[in-house]
Ligand binder design. Sequence first.
Ligand SMILES: NC(=O)c1ccc[n+]([C@@H]2O[C@H](COP(=O)([O-])OP(=O)(O)OC[C@H]3O[C@@H](n4cnc5c(N)ncnc54)[C@H](O)[C@@H]3O)[C@@H](O)[C@H]2O)c1
Length: 453
Amino acid sequence: MESINRLSQALQDRSATITVVGLGYVGLPLALGFAQQGFRVMGLDDDAPKIDRLMQGTDYINGQDAVVQASVSSGKFNPTRDINCMSHSDVIVICVPTPLTKNREPNISYVEGVAKRIGQLMKPGTLVVLESTTYPGTTEEVVLPLVLAGGRVTQVGRDFFLAFSPERVDPGNPSYHTYNTTKIVGGVTPTCTDLTAQLYQTLLERTDLVKKASSSRAAELEKLFENIFRSVNIALVNELALLCNEMSLNVWEILDLASTKPFGFMRFNPGPGIGGHCIPLDPFYLTWKAREFDFSTRFIELAGQLNAHMPHHVVDLIIQGLGSRGLVGANVLLLGMAYKKDVADHRESPSVRVLEILQHRQADVKYLDPMLPAVKIEGVMWRSVDPSEIAKADCCVLMTDHTEFDMDSILKQAKVLVDTRGWTQGRDLSGYACKVVCLGHGQKAAHPVVSLK
Ligand SMILES: NC(=O)c1ccc[n+]([C@@H]2O[C@H](COP(=O)([O-])OP(=O)(O)OC[C@H]3O[C@@H](n4cnc5c(N)ncnc54)[C@H](O)[C@@H]3O)[C@@H](O)[C@H]2O)c1
């Protein structure tokens, strides 16, 4: 009871020290948020250049350098590689990666490594929160035993506290961010849930933006379901786009029409595939866990297959655009390497997959992306080319609809444009010489109707 009251008071009066482990897309904004709320925050990352950049006042995630500078100079935000900071922390939030292994199975080695060190270094009374996306059961089945094995605490909910609280950040979203998106918290015990709710209430714009789950497992599954929901719906609309292509119908028109229904319909757009650190990977976490229950997640796997096919379809559209020129030796320019609009992130980007397929098929491929001047793909450094390459390309491929791309200028210069984002739809293209091929807008001659009689 004493440790509960002490932590609760330290959260209330902002005297708690919070360590955020992993200063990436999730951890850095979170750490800065806690620092801005008046907590002393230790930002722990094992990537030395990241720590150096933060110490120099650079926000390498959201470009908010002034916030980093003010937080570092006030002593509220302390970027560090020294893991011993855990030993004098009241709260430790884990934001390390949860990738897949080569066999597409969960790789929770980063979480395990951190949990083990927490167990060895933490002081009694600490609240540990896992934010990394993972399968249901990780907090209780993996993190809890590793923390207990350190021997510094003995009973969860009494002399230390443990919870899962998923991050829901949507990079590039102008309306929703960490501080105004409802935060789910699920503790291993009810006390763990309550303390975690109290922690995030200090951060969010309104206290009712914190929603308690019945358990850490429920919170873990809820997070996976959010991402699977997106993956499945994107796959469904991608399938519709492929069908429209065959049927000489326009998927963008079908979506505009369906979107007029004010209830029971939520629009998802087709595209060249799915990317980012979450949507392509997270569904496999649930598929893997489901096997333990002799359960096959067929819908999820089918969605994965459909989405993985889309980069191949884009290459088919490029071949269609090139016509008799053919793909071998063709100068193909990918417009956009980022996995989505206005973000500087090419992790799991379909552009990378399209680039690889084009290279394999002997096209001369380049990319142009104002958000990503250089990217490393399979150990090779690629650099974004000059916009003058648009006019030189045999085919330009709009992969990412960045705001910075000027459609008029691209259409004026390009010989052929493959549009994978519906960018050209609903626009008058008659004044341009450019040949446009749009994903999901079937332009083949309609199939003849064959009588079976
Ligand atoms: N990126 C998103 O939009 C997003 C959204 C919701 C959830 N998530 C989840 O959040 C988690 C983190 O994702 P991210 O995008 O922030 O990853 P990231 O790769 O951007 O950042 C992770 C950071 O952890 C650091 N790190 C790794 N091992 C460490 C260790 N042992 N000690 C200290 N630091 C260590 C890395 O150096 C890196 O800076 C993942 O589970 C991801 O699925 C991500």
